[in-house]
Design a protein around this ligand. Structure first.
Ligand code: DCP
Ligand code: MG
Length: 632
């Protein structure tokens, strides 16, 4: 499904230009006009030179130097005036291009980041994080080069080449022919050498992304690396990636560096050839063929030599930009791939609203009442029904697959009435986390139905569904900011008092108050300055402040010390009180306290019942937990 239109290079360039036009509908065209003006003016001095030399030539015998002086002065004045205008336009377009380039990059970054927030969890699960990060660094940088340097330069060169070519043909076809032959040779060499380097430049870009991803992974895994004494292996892996980056970068730059000197020298040789041909034409009095009808003379050969330099110089410039353009296209393609990525669909029309009760009827209220209801508009008869939010969750014959053809869950049916606790147990990979991912629609089910308060969750707006289901994940995730900020993450408009109350409820207040700055202690890098139990307590408080009727708890498997575990357990218990809870339980106490225990095996429910029933059954559950019993 990755966009077909990103395949074609020309299409990407035209799309990029279109995007810039959309971003800067006024400034971009003005900048382009300034560039065109600037380039045209810098390519016409040959005309003035021809005129002045011709003047001198004509008056050589007559010796009327006053007339020559006057005319020359007026020509030079015009030229100076044009140069001043060109200077002005040069300054204007350079300033504008700086704004356009940086502004475009900023807008691309915004687009990418906004898109990332709309992507389904699946995208994050299936893409390399280092790679995604390099969209914001490497790829954006290649775009910067292309927009700020290559685009203007290519435009300038094209215009100069066209204008100079026009003037050449106007003055002398013979000499033009010599230049054309030289340029054709240059073109083939550029294509051969430049084409080779382009391949390596793209490889270099890829290797750079790999290196970035590797370093990121190794930073995150430092402890594991040290625990297993893998430092040497890691170094070897790094050397390998670094080596291939070196090789690709080397190849790319060697090719690119060869090109400049070769083209320069061909340009010099061409210069000599034009001079020789001009000389021959003059000496042998060969009749001139030209649009202007001017006779052959010094006044044509001299400006022609200058034009040859200009012509070759600009073609040289184009070849310099080829690599930047190739890399820019690759970067733009990756950026567009992300921007074009399909956003998470949300066709939900049932929303969560505040209600008040009047005469036993639910009425929508704009103020915060603390009573919530599902607002369900019925398109068939135009009526709206309100269903009180209670936290009743039912699954009917649910099938699910992460990848097509690989069913992970088979025919799952279960229910949790408001306030009930459902515990999932089962061996690793049985599908416990997967079920919870379906409840808040991180993933959509393949078959079956899930109802929340009797409403099919497919009809509920995702943001509202997720607001109605709290989640404490297996791995805690804290953001840079204060403890208070992190707790408030659960409900952005919560007051400090609410946050503290929630912390007290789950027993996190104790340790937070003992932190150097209490609730205003700054957490960095996923709370690395806290213990694991403390991090869990904060994430439990975060869920508590959101106060949803349904809660999903993925108990941390990693063991923490028994004292902290007891505190965390109490926090969890407090959080579970008066809520419908789905808990993936690893602790016997949690399991025992549940109303129903669901035993999963390879994506199927194999047993269900409460603790006593399942023990009496002496089935899978009994086997799973006998070890734990012995410990008790
Ligand atoms: N799976 C997958 N793609 C994912 C996540 C999981 O293909 N993005 C597969 C791996 C397992 C199966 O789905 O075979 C069930 O995975 P769960 O994460 O649901 O397993 P549990 O939560 O039961 O295991 P654990 O106790 O280890 O957390
Ligand atoms: Mg799991």
């Amino acid at each position: 499904m990755k966009n077909k239109h990103a395949k074609n290079k020309k299409l990407i360039i035209s799309r990029l230009i279109k995007t810039i036009f959309e971003f800067y509908p006024l400034m971009f065209p003005i900048a382009i006009l300034c560039i065109i003006f600037n380039a045209t003016i810098s390519s016409i001095p040959a005309i003035f030179m021809q005129n002045i030399i011709a003047l001198v030539e004509q008056n050589w015998q007559a010796g009327d130097w006053n007339a020559v002086g006057e005319k020359t002065l007026s020509l030079v004045s015009i030229l100076v005036l044009l140069y001043i205008l060109s200077l002005t336009s040069g300054i204007v377009y350079n300033q504008m291009m700086a704004i356009i380039t940086q502004g475009t990059l900023k807008k691309f970054r915004i687009k990418m980041f906004n898109k990332m927030q709309t992507l389904p969890i699946k995208y994050v699960d299936t893409n390399n994080h280092g790679d995604i990060m390099s969209y914001y660094t490497n790829d954006i940088d290649t775009l910067r080069q292309m927009i700020s340097q290559s685009f203007p330069q290519l435009l300038i060169s094209t215009i100069t080449v066209i204008t100079v070519f026009g003037i050449m043909v106007y003055y002398c076809l013979w000499l033009t022919l010599v230049v054309i032959i030289g340029v054709i040779i240059m073109f083939f060499i550029t294509k051969k050498v430049g084409g080779g380097s382009a391949k390596y430049f793209i490889k270099q870009q890829k290797a750079l992304g790999q290196l970035e991803g590797f370093v990121e992974e190794m930073m995150n895994g430092q402890k594991v690396i040290k625990v297993f004494c893998h430092e040497n292996e890691i170094k070897a892996d790094f050397d390998k990636i670094n080596e291939s980056l070196y090789n690709d970068a080397k190849a790319a730059n060697r090719y690119a560096n060869i090109l400049g000197p070769i083209l320069n020298n061909i340009g010099n040789i061409l210069y000599v050839f034009v001079a020789i041909t001009g000389g021959i034409l003059l000496v042998f009095d060969v009749p001139n063929i030209s649009i202007s009808g001017l006779a052959m003379g010094i006044s044509i050969v001299v400006p022609f030599l200058n034009m040859t330099k200009q012509f070759v110089g600009n073609i040289n410039q184009v070849s310099h930009q080829i690599n930047a353009v190739v890399m820019g296209i690759a970067g733009a393609q990756r950026i567009y791939n992300l921007i074009d990525e399909e956003a998470e669909q949300d066709n939900g029309y049932v929303s969560l609203v505040n209600v008040c009760e009047e005469n036993g009827q639910l009425i929508e209220c704009n103020k915060r009442t603390g009573i919530w209801a599902w607002k369900h508009p019925h398109s068939s008869d135009g009526t709206v029904t309100y269903t009180k939010l209670t936290g009743d969750v039912r699954l009917f014959n649910v099938d699910f697959e992460y990848e097509e053809g690989k069913t992970v869950l088979h025919d799952i049916s279960l229910y949790a009435k408001p306030g009930q606790k459902v515990a999932f147990v089962g061996s690793t990979g049985a599908g416990k986390t997967t079920i919870t991912n379906l409840l808040n629609r991180f993933y959509d089910i393949a078959d079956g139905k899930i109802r929340y308060d009797g409403i099919n969750i497919n009809k509920i707006k995702k943001s509202d569904l997720r607001r109605a289901i709290g989640m404490v994940l297996q791995d805690t995730n804290l953001f840079t900011g204060t403890v208070m900020d992190n707790i408030r993450y659960g409900k952005l408009d919560a007051s400090d008092e609410e946050c503290i109350k929630a912390s007290k409820l789950v027993g996190a207040d104790d340790f937070i108050s003992r932190l150097p700055n209490g609730y205003h202690t700054i957490l960095t890098e996923n709370g690395s300055n806290l213990s694991q139990g403390q991090r869990q307590l904060i994430s439990i408080a975060r869920a508590a402040v959101a106060d949803p009727p349904v809660m999903i708890l993925d108990e941390a498997t990693s063991s923490i010390d028994t004292r902290t575990e007891a505190i965390v357990q109490r926090g969890m218990d407090a959080l579970m009180k008066d809520r419908t809870v789905f808990v993936i339980a690893h602790r016997l106490s949690t399991v025992k306290n549940s109303d129903v225990i669901i035993v999963l095996e390879q994506g199927r429910i194999i047993e269900r019942g409460n603790h006593e029933e399942l023990i009496a059954k002496k089935g899978q559950y009994y086997q799973l937990y006998t070890g734990a019993f012995e410990l008790e």
